[in-house]
Write a protein that binds this ligand. Structure first.
Ligand code: GCU
Length: 604
């Protein structure tokens, strides 16, 4: 038995033949809870995802009824207010799985793929229905099932594997979940065309025929997701074409069927020479896409990671999200904790999302996606508490202004039978978890001090002399990169108000200080401490807080098997945090030669 926010709902029936639509499923879910009083469902197709709840009548479109039913059930079980009326902020609320057909999951920390094994589709329908229910219960409606790095034989998803794709789409349809697939830009080459050039008529024709074939099998496919010219993936640059030309090629093939083309903007030079200071990786996405604004077809969505680097524990908002005026945008978040503790260390993301939406007006983006943290582990998420990130993401995608405390307390109340005091202990632990992780890892917005490739644990110079563009350039005097006009000029990509916020080290938010500025170790911070002392203090504090977190979790009566998993991971986190503390402090002590003012143990 695994616990998550659906634990208090009865299991889904094994025979799903009657539950063949969101409407039917909504009625079934409600009947499990409200057999006496009852809710009546009133289907108003044009309401779509929206719903209203008045006098025990839930009205909405097919999916609206389902979301209304889950809102009522969540309210009943958690005490959260049941809205009288609700509509999602974004129509596409997407989970991006990075699953490979050999069963591995790129950056997956919850076991092997839920969909694939041995180069074919291989899944337990009951578990995938549970996934569908998890998604629908928090309003998520698009599931991209395969890795953006498309490896063989996933290219076959648009060909010989279409019948399997179609069967999977059938399985998810009652949950209001539509599938999406990641496609390889060079696919025409596989079909024996001599080019994949987006301006080539034969290539255009080929994609149109493929799209027609795909939509015949899966008429409600949400669309394609593409990673092109990024980290070795093929793309339009091979043919001297722009990313607008590349994206429009696929968008035009999808257009007759109502599909969208989601094009990722994670494009940068990953073969940089570390000696070359003229390139600054965070500038890359803006430089590539800003000049193309206005050139994309209307069913293209550009998907942009929240920060200009790559899902570090703290980054400023990607300036691309604030600059494109004429192109629909999707925000991409990462639930998989690649750089944030890999579902071993506790890391509740809601507070981080809140910060993102402080800078990102909700109407600047049209869709929202998150890289999945799912896997075949019994609890789906590796760490039982990582389920809260998936749950919270759904609520955030529905309403980006959702309050982190509300989301997390609702999740706790749905998941565990705790006393109010126990629930509060868990809530506070989760709310603090991101800052704690941040304190013991790379300091003040620097990022990237993780072990290369695995991305777990410290290695301050692991990426320093490498080709990935992720440098701190620490020497015996100073650390960080000046990204103001006097430095790389990255700052000029922001609107003026943000330029003003980050421009001056004296007023720049301290948690981003070393992202924007290069500073000497004896630089005096706002509270009078030197930069080096702040680094030491944060690392001692972060490691101590990780140990406190473990203690708090040990005192809570988690049911088994959650308890065993949570405590084993908490112990690993405590050890990881102590390791980070010592490695980072020693790294800076050796460089700077400046001792800790409080004379704590820093290794020579
Ligand atoms: C990160 C991650 C890769 C992934 C890439 C992406 O760099 O380490 O595994 O492929 O992001 O977002 O495409």
């Amino acid at each position: 038995m695994h616990y998550n926010w659906l634990a208090k709902l009865p299991p889904l029936p094994e025979d799903f033949s009657q539950l063949d639509s969101p409407h039917a499923l909504a009625a079934w879910e409600l009947s499990q809870f409200f057999s006496e009083k009852g809710y009546h469902l009133e289907l108003i197709p044009e309401m779509g995802d929206r719903f209203q709840i008045h006098n025990n009548i839930i009205s909405g479109g097919e999916t609206g009824l389902l979301y209304g039913a889950y809102a009522a059930i969540r309210g009943l079980l958690s005490g959260a207010p049941i809205p009288e009326e609700s509509a999602p902020c974004y129509s596409l609320r997407m989970i991006n799985c990075w699953d490979n057909m050999d069963g591995t999951v790129e950056r997956g920390y919850a076991g092997r793929s839920l969909f694939f094994e041995g180069d074919q589709f291989a899944y337990d329908p009951a578990r995938l229905r549970h996934l569908g229910r998890m998604m629908a219960s928090v309003g998520l409606n698009v599931l991209c099932i395969n890795n953006v790095n498309v490896h063989e034989p996933a290219q076959g998803l648009l060909g010989e594997l279409l019948p399997d794709l179609s069967a999977l789409a059938d399985l998810f349809r009652p949950f209001g979940v539509r599938l999406m697939v990641s496609v390889d830009f060079s696919l025409p080459l596989r079909a024996d065309l001599s080019t994949a050039d987006p301006l080539d008529a034969a290539v255009q024709d080929w994609w149109s025929r493929v799209a027609a074939l795909v939509y015949r099998e899966v008429p409600d496919l949400a669309g394609f997701l593409v990673k092109a010219d990024s980290e070795g993936r093929p793309g339009p640059f091979t043919y001297g074409r722009s990313h607008a030309e590349g994206a429009n090629l696929l968008a035009r093939a999808l257009k007759p069927f109502g599909g969208v083309l989601v094009w990722r903007c994670f494009v940068y030079n990953c073969k940089q020479d570390w000696r070359d200071t003229s390139i600054d990786r965070p500038k890359a996405a803006y430089e590539t896409y800003q000049p193309l604004d206005g050139q994309f077809d209307d069913n293209v969505i550009l998907q942009v990671k929240n920060g200009p680097f790559d899902f570090q524990v703290r980054e400023p908002l990607s300036p691309l999200l604030l600059s494109l005026e004429k192109t629909p945008l999707a925000l991409e978040l990462q639930l998989a904790q690649e750089y944030t503790g890999q579902q071993i260390d506790l890391y509740a993301m809601a507070p981080m999302w809140q910060e993102i939406f402080e800078d990102l007006p909700t109407n600047r983006i049209q869709a929202i996606a998150a890289v999945s943290n799912l896997g075949r582990d019994e609890n789906y998420f590796g760490h039982p508490l990582a389920a809260a990130n998936f749950f919270g993401f759904g609520l955030l995608a529905w309403n980006p202004k959702a309050d982190p405390t509300d989301m997390l307390s609702q999740w706790i109340r749905l998941t565990y039978d705790f006393t109010p005091q126990q629930a509060e202990t868990l809530l506070q632990s989760m709310l603090r978890s991101r800052r704690i992780y941040e304190r013991y890892t790379a300091p003040l917005g620097l990022g990237w001090m993780i072990t290369p490739h695995s991305h777990y644990g410290p290695n301050p110079s692991g990426y320093e002399y490498d080709a990935w563009g992720t440098y701190h350039r620490a020497n015996h005097l100073a650390v960080g990169i000046d990204r103001t006009a006097a430095g790389t000029g990255y700052l000029s990509q922001y609107p003026e108000a943000l330029q003003a916020r980050y421009q001056d080290p004296a007023t720049c938010p301290e948690l981003l200080l070393l992202f924007f500025h290069r500073l000497p170790y004896d630089y005096v911070m706002q509270d009078g401490r030197t930069l080096i002392q702040r680094i030491y203090d944060d690392h001692f504090l972060g490691a101590q807080e990780a140990a406190e977190l473990e203690k708090a979790l040990r005192a809570l009566p988690f049911p088994e098997p959650d308890r065993l998993v949570i405590l084993a991971r908490a112990a690993k986190q405590t050890a990881n945090a102590a390791n980070w503390r010592d490695v980072i402090n020693t790294f800076f002590y050796r460089l700077s030669g400046i001792p800790d003012q409080k004379d704590r143990k820093i290794y020579e």
